[in-house]
Design a protein around this ligand. Structure first.
Ligand code: GDP
Length: 195
């Protein structure tokens, strides 16, 4: 599946701009700077994807990418940006929650967590939203190359325990690095099994 090209096809800033719910969708979410763009590039082998998502003005919208109609990747806006005004945060939660809750073909959310830092309150808030929306989510640790093995093992155990606490949490946590490619084959296999 991932040998095929992955292309941007649309963006949505409001629920009435969503593309028709056709085919299998997997969304990617995480705090700003978690390494989401890098992961999407590493996953698909295409550097053009990040550019689309990082275009100013496009950061508060859902970006839709497709692998030849067989799998749609939905890039969700980064959350937890400290400087964002409260109303912006509320917009994010409102649009995101309504998207998550109302999207019948959304099979899974990959929720990215930085392996180097502790889980933040905003991450926990998003996991609670996903539970409420009854959308299965899988935790993915990023930037594993930048953590010493003992600290990484502790972080993995902590995040696995977190996943088990959440009704919508997938028990398998993936540990990745966009720099080294670690975990990419496992991630592709997980997604290919859903497509
Ligand atoms: P986004 O805001 O979530 O899309 O994050 P980016 O993909 O733009 O990455 C944010 C920062 O983290 C950048 O400085 C990247 O170079 C860095 N980064 C991303 N992935 C990795 C990784 O696998 N390892 C390391 N060490 N740094 C990474």
């Amino acid at each position: 599946l991932f040998a095929r090209p992955c292309t941007f096809f649309t963006a949505a800033q409001a629920l009435d701009h969503l593309p028709p719910p056709d085919g299998v969708e997997v969304a990617l979410a995480g705090r700003s700077n978690v390494g989401k763009s890098s992961l999407m590039n590493a996953l698909t082998g295409q550097n053009a994807l990040a550019r689309v998502s990082h275009t100013p003005g496009r950061t508060k919208q859902l970006n839709f990418f497709t692998i030849e109609g067989r799998l749609t990747l939905v890039d969700m806006p980064g959350y937890g940006f400290a400087k964002a005004a409260k109303s912006v945060k509320e917009d994010w939660q409102g649009l995101m929650f309504n998207f998550l809750r109302g999207r019948p073909n959304l099979r899974r959310v990959l929720l990215l967590l930085d392996a180097r830092i502790e889980t933040k309150p905003s991450d926990n808030a998003v996991m609670d939203l996903l539970d409420k929306a009854a959308v299965a989510f899988q935790l993915v640790l990023t930037k594993a190359d930048d953590v010493k093995p003992t600290a990484l093992a502790a972080r993995q155990a902590e995040v696995e325990a977190l996943a088990r606490k959440h009704p919508a949490g997938h028990p398998l946590v993936l540990t990745t690095s966009s720099r080294t490619g670690r975990g990419m084959d496992e991630l592709r296999a997980e997604l290919a099994a859903l497509a």
